[in-house]
Ligand binder design. Structure first.
Ligand code: PEP
Ligand code: MG
Length: 582
């Protein structure tokens, strides 16, 4: 039995598929003649990126004075510069019109087999080097990290790996993946957030589960308590069968409130919205009783692909989403690339601290041509229904002004070309840094709405990397400092008459919902499957209890104290509610 952190509830049972950090099944795909040049450019970019990665590893090894080890990468670097391989791949792409992954994989496999066939230890070692480099290049071509084995699953399986990137997780086949377990990871990583949106049981921070389990072994994954059981016994299966039935009957009960409003016992209305990562998910909004989309994380349109989506493709995605919502609002957040969301199609500018680097609005402002396409696509989609525009991780007023200048220029262009859009498109920002929270009053005078991204606000407010499983105990949503920041933003919004929503994972935790409402939050946006539990808590809550809880939290000395009071309140009003993780 392995114990980790539960990040997405549910039980999975089936065979394991262990995915290594680099393990690819490449399929050959025919490409049109017009795509040949792009394909070759993609190959060149992947080679450059791989070279940068290897250089960085080499530098790190040298820094740690393991200079003799660092030498091995010289051989790797030579493989990258091997003209025979480069020419062969280019020829295969151009003549056979196949994707570069297939051309590269075929070429390197041929070389590797030839090297392996020779009775010479030195050459055998070169085969190992070549495999390593080839996997790195393929990783960069395909979008980094682990990929393919999860794409073409024959039997429904539980995926187990050291780590899983959000881009890989986003591509999981909902029918075939029963859940996942990883050695590392944290509850507010985007991989964990995706698991909740996909309604996929998941457990992270299991230390060495990926080296302990073998593909094909039977496992039971418990996403409620964070447990993985290898070869579960009959009695384990029976016990978990009972648990599944209990949860099913609870889900059934929650069905009954789907159409009801999210209002407190004393009639205070809370807007309950949904976070989505893909236009297809708009169907889940009404299915789970959401009132609209409070956060569309558009960056997923940019991951897992060799080229960036153009304006038309984006426009169609946004238009489909707003049309699918049939009059419900759609908040589209502009690109939040960076940190754990890395687009393979973009040159990788390695940074020492990516979470503190060129991510989100900083990235968009640094790449106006990418940003403008997105702004135009969003404006055009606004002609089809109630769209709002949201800029991520704004930390200064200047950033907001620069983004708005580009938006204004897009409006002018569209107007001049007689292209329809909503001239009154509401514009808001995410409050995700402490400094932004502190000047929320200033921002409120410049925007139509604010959305508090607590996942990042906690990360930056407490200086705790949200992806680092070694410090999850310090990642505290109930830290009185964080609650004061949230309170400050809500008060500033109320003074300026600007609506404030919370769209971080805190908003979906039944324990924390009363606290947020007590602080004055009147709009929450959560992963679709978690909507019913949030609505249930709201409908059982009295404002006086929520406000008393919030008041005591603002004056509390520790996060444990706040958590204790919040749990006690939830226990009083909804003792049967599963306290999911944040
Ligand atoms: C947040 O930071 O709370 C948020 C909603 O944005 P993301 O999780 O995408 O960083
Ligand atoms: Mg964020």
């Amino acid at each position: 039995m392995f114990h980790g952190i539960p990040v997405s509830s549910g039980i999975g049972h089936g065979p394991v598929l262990v995915v290594g950090p680099r393990s690819f099944q490449i399929s050959s795909v025919e490409i049109p003649q017009t795509a040949v040049d792009d394909e070759i450019q993609r190959f060149k970019r992947a080679l450059v990126k791989t070279r940068e990665e290897l250089k960085a590893i080499q530098k790190e090894l040298c820094r740690r004075a393991e200079t003799s080890d660092a030498g091995i990468f010289d051989a790797h670097l030579l493989v990258l510069e091997d003209q025979t391989i480069i020419e062969e791949v280019t020829r295969l792409v151009a003549e056979n019109r196949i994707n570069v992954e297939a051309a590269f994989s075929q070429t390197t496999e041929r070389f590797i087999s030839a090297l392996n066939a020779v009775e010479d230890n030195y050459l055998r070692d070169r085969a190992v080097d070549m495999r390593d480099v080839a996997d790195r290049v393929l990783g960069n071509l395909l979008g980094g990290g682990t990929t393919d084995p999860t794409r073409n699953l024959k039997v429904p399986s539980i995926i187990v790996g050291h780590d899983l990137s959000p881009s890989v997780t986003a591509q999981f086949d909902r029918e075939k993946v029963l859940g996942f377990a990883t050695d590392v990871g944290s509850p507010t990583s985007h991989t964990a957030i995706l698991a909740r949106s996909l309604n996929l049981p998941a457990v992270v921070a299991l230390h060495d589960v990926s080296s302990q389990l073998r593909s094909g072994q039977d496992v039971l994954l418990d996403g409620y308590d964070g447990i993985v059981i290898r070869n579960p016994s009959e009695s384990d299966l029976f016990r978990y069968g009972e648990l599944i039935r209990r949860h099913e009957s609870r889900d059934h009960e929650l069905e009954a409130i789907r159409e009801l409003r999210a209002e407190t016992l004393d009639g205070v209305d809370v807007e309950l919205l949904t976070n989505i990562d893909h236009p297809d998910e708009v169907d889940d909004v009404a299915r789970y009783g959401g009132q609209g989309v409070g956060l569309f994380r558009t960056e997923y349109l940019f991951l897992n692909r060799g080229t960036l989506p153009d304006e038309t493709e984006q426009f169609e995605a946004y238009r489909n989403a707003v049309q699918g919502l049939e009059g419900r609002p759609l908040v589209i957040r502009t690109l939040d690339l960076g940190a754990d969301k890395v687009a393979a199609a973009l040159p990788d500018a390695a940074e020492a601290n990516p979470a503190l680097g060129v991510r989100a609005i900083r990235f968009s402002l640094a790449h106006p041509s990418i940003f403008i396409k997105q702004l135009r696509a969003i404006l055009r989609a606004s002609a089809y229904g109630p769209v709002k525009l949201l800029y991520p991780m704004v930390s200064t007023v200047e950033e907001l002004s620069r983004a708005n200048e580009l938006l204004e220029a897009c409006r002018e262009e569209l107007k001049a070309a007689s292209v329809a859009f909503d001239a009154k498109l509401p514009v808001g920002i995410m409050i995700e840094t402490p400094t932004a929270a502190m000047i929320a009053d200033v921002f409120s005078r410049e925007v139509d709405f604010l959305c508090i991204g607590t996942n990042d606000l906690i990360q930056y407010g407490s200086a705790v990397d949200r992806l680092n499983e070694r410090i999850t105990d310090l990642y505290q949503p109930t830290h009185p400092g964080i609650l004061r920041l949230i309170g400050q933003v809500v008060d500033a919004g109320a003074r300026e008459n600007v609506p404030v929503s919370v769209c971080g994972e805190m908003a979906a935790d039944p324990v924390l919902v009363p606290l947020l409402i007590g602080l004055g939050v009147r709009a929450l946006s959560v992963s679709a499957p978690l909507t019913p539990q949030v609505k249930d808590v709201i409908r059982k809550l009295k404002m006086a209890s929520a406000e008393a809880l919030a008041q005591s939290a603002l004056a509390a000395v520790s996060s444990e104290e706040v958590m204790g009071n919040a749990r006690a309140l939830l226990n009083r009003i909804a003792p049967d509610l599963d306290a999911s993780s944040t």
